[in-house]
Design a protein around this ligand. Sequence first.
Ligand SMILES: NC(=O)c1ccc[n+]([C@@H]2O[C@H](COP(=O)([O-])OP(=O)(O)OC[C@H]3O[C@@H](n4cnc5c(N)ncnc54)[C@H](O)[C@@H]3O)[C@@H](O)[C@H]2O)c1
Length: 399
Amino acid sequence: MASTRRHTPTARHLGVAMLGTGFMGRAHSNAWLAANRFFDLSLPISLEVVAGIDAAESHDFGKRWGWKQSTVCWQEAILNPSVTLVDVATPNDVHCEHAIAALEAGRHVACEKPLAGTLSDAKQMVAAAKRAKKCRTFVWFNYRRCPAVALARQLVQEGRLGRIFHIRAAYLQDWGGPSTPLLWRFQRSKAGSGAHGDLNAHIVDMARFITSDDITEVVGAMAETFVKERDLVDATDGHSRRKGKGKSTVDDAALFLARFKSGAVASFEASRVATGNKNCNTIEINGEHGSVSFDFERMNELRWWDNTVDATRRGWTTIHCTESVHPYAGNYWPAAHSLGYEHGHTSMAAEISKSLSNEPIVAPLPDFADALITQAVLEAAMRAARERRPVSVRECLAD
Ligand SMILES: NC(=O)c1ccc[n+]([C@@H]2O[C@H](COP(=O)([O-])OP(=O)(O)OC[C@H]3O[C@@H](n4cnc5c(N)ncnc54)[C@H](O)[C@@H]3O)[C@@H](O)[C@H]2O)c1
């Protein structure tokens, strides 16, 4: 077992321990590896140790993705002396325990979203981050790093949209129909919520990121569980079916209306049963001088309506955000050689490394305190749905 001495991160390389070997485990492994190759990093990333829950599976995973070591003991991974940053890619109910242990061991933390399953866990994580003064925190809101999303933020910052009136965001998927078993994602004790925390978390963050504005109040909300019971899964692997049915305790869809500080009004919609939509993560922002519109299923494009152009030439312009002058795009391929899902994670891994070596980054990285605001918005929406009343974000932060 490694030393439990509090560790002061050194600057030679960024030694990563990753907890979790699932979907995000693969996306993050790829990102940590590729960031070294596509970006010039003065703090190169080193994949030190991966921790999973099954020894053989963790070993195979580690070998495939280039991790130096694998383990089934996440505490051991955190305390590995070569580790300076812990990447939390585990289910939402364990983010709090994993992140706090890492911070207390003096490691930086990059945690998956939502920050936690519950607002109370998220608050404890922020408190631990404040105590760990030398440690930095990051949250994997990877869509911020799509070139088109970062460009939308730049247009808003340049005043090209003027005063913002409307924000309309929807994140729609369809994998959660009745045939999908009772994965951890359908258990409130593990996930916190369903489509809401999973998908609305992303679009709330994107709306806050693009506008640099904050939501003050959720005016009304609805959450629905259409599939009340699902096939049970094996407790050890978490996904193969076993006999019997269990109760789903999360929402399949959640919708809410909100107000921003600036006076803008917004709608958010998340669903896992929006048949025909696979990863339809969309946001449209309408301002006094123009609008922008993004759809992840066409992620290389940003649509822009510039209302200051002469009326005879006015129309939606589709910008293919792959020119070297577009955010992040110059790190990858020549123009129109499109980017994909993994590039957002790769750009984020690179920006974490740059930020830790105090180099300039393209767009702000969300830390725990920032992600807590998003978590409080999610909580406000859940309370608004349950209690059928408007709920202020301040009320949730103050509890
Ligand atoms: N940023 C994104 O776009 C995005 C996409 C999907 C998931 N996520 C988030 O990533 C996190 C993980 O999701 P996933 O899709 O990779 O899930 P997953 O089920 O595919 O993988 C989770 C992994 O965590 C590990 N694990 C499970 N329970 C554990 C425990 N109690 N202790 C230690 N390790 C444990 C296992 O190795 C498992 O493979 C969640 O917080 C989820 O919300 C983010």
